[in-house]
Design a binder for this molecule. Sequence first.
Ligand SMILES: *Cc1c(COP(=O)(O)O)cnc(C)c1O
Length: 417
Amino acid sequence: MIHQHDAIAAFDPALWGAMVHESGYQEEHVTLIASENYASPRVLQAQASVLSNQYTAHHPNPADRIEQLALARVKQLFGAAYANVQPDSSAQANTAAYAALLNPGDTILGPSLAHGGHWADGAAASSSGRLYHVVHYGLHRQTGEIDYEQMHALARKHRPRLIVAVFSEQSRKLDFARLRAIADEVAAYLLVDIDHVVGLVAAGLYPNPVPIADIVTAGTHKTLRGPRGGVILARTNPKIEKKLDALVFPDAHGGPSMHVMAAKAVAFKEALDRSFIAYQCQVITNARAMVEIFLARGYKVVSGGTHNHMFVVDLAGKRISAKEAHLALGQAHIAVNNNAQAPCAARGIRIATPAVTTRRCKEPEVKLIAALVCDVLDRPGDESVIHHVREQVRQLCRHFPVYAEDCMPLARISRAA
Ligand SMILES: *Cc1c(COP(=O)(O)O)cnc(C)c1O
């Protein structure tokens, strides 16, 4: 129980002001950013609990119970024989996965950042880029999908020890069996980072790579709608399992974040509920409904459509750049990714529906949002359009709050608190 005089608001008004501002921002903006979502009040409650005080090293029993609950649920969700729910981020999960499979200097075949790869996956700036020799495969210019033939040729030429498949903007389904066949031919491991589609996989709406890949990594805070964190999944492989556990603890941290692990357990339980399948179905339906509007308004969508929660609107040949679009939409209270990495040169904005769908928006609302985005894109530099769109977005946000007013104060920070 926090008494008024112990509350942050009274103790640290500067920090509290920033928190209030962020809370207001989340309520009054529409986010179409693929990596963002809103965790449930239950997930927030677990994270704000006394579990934050606990160090597993000293209290193995209750902590064990929480970890076992999280492990059992995540294994059930993905049909995984092995899981590790301790990583604090998916970058940490990837680092451990690489170290379990590779020795420094080994060759990885992975996507370049310019083609949908993520910085954590062998990019020069990350530790994986420094430790390993990374060869990059690209994407088809037209379809934005993995160029399997090029990947196959590169695998034969470079004989990588590991092939990494990762999503950042692919709107189509990856062919995991084909990736496995390429990896097997050159005796490489296969790692799939499903950070973006993990919620769709959990709901059975996207192919599950767990039975096919050697290791699968994911974040728990994107489409899975849990706390910020990572998870490692694998089919049975005792040799890799032991290494993986040791690489997360004690290599990556001295003790896991018990409060986050509890929040993961909550999120996995939510994901096992039927309502989660309905949610993910709506995520996909909403993405398709938005694509329809962009196409009708004369915008090109990379891949021509989407099979998941996201798509890239190609702004090539339009009067507005991706960067200008990102800024103008931001002024109109609509957040999108300015995708410098869009497969068709640096002119795309990436749009995704997990967050708006959590707000309970359905086709009519997301179609309105898509139309409002088009209004802004159609008239670069037109302040009156931005003003008009912002008012409509605000109104929509009021009708579709992220957290109810009477929700626990931690979920909805009010000025009055
Ligand atoms: C977001 C993302 C990451 C990094 O996730 P963190 O949890 O922030 O470390 C890694 N890989 C992919 C494909 C991502 O989309």
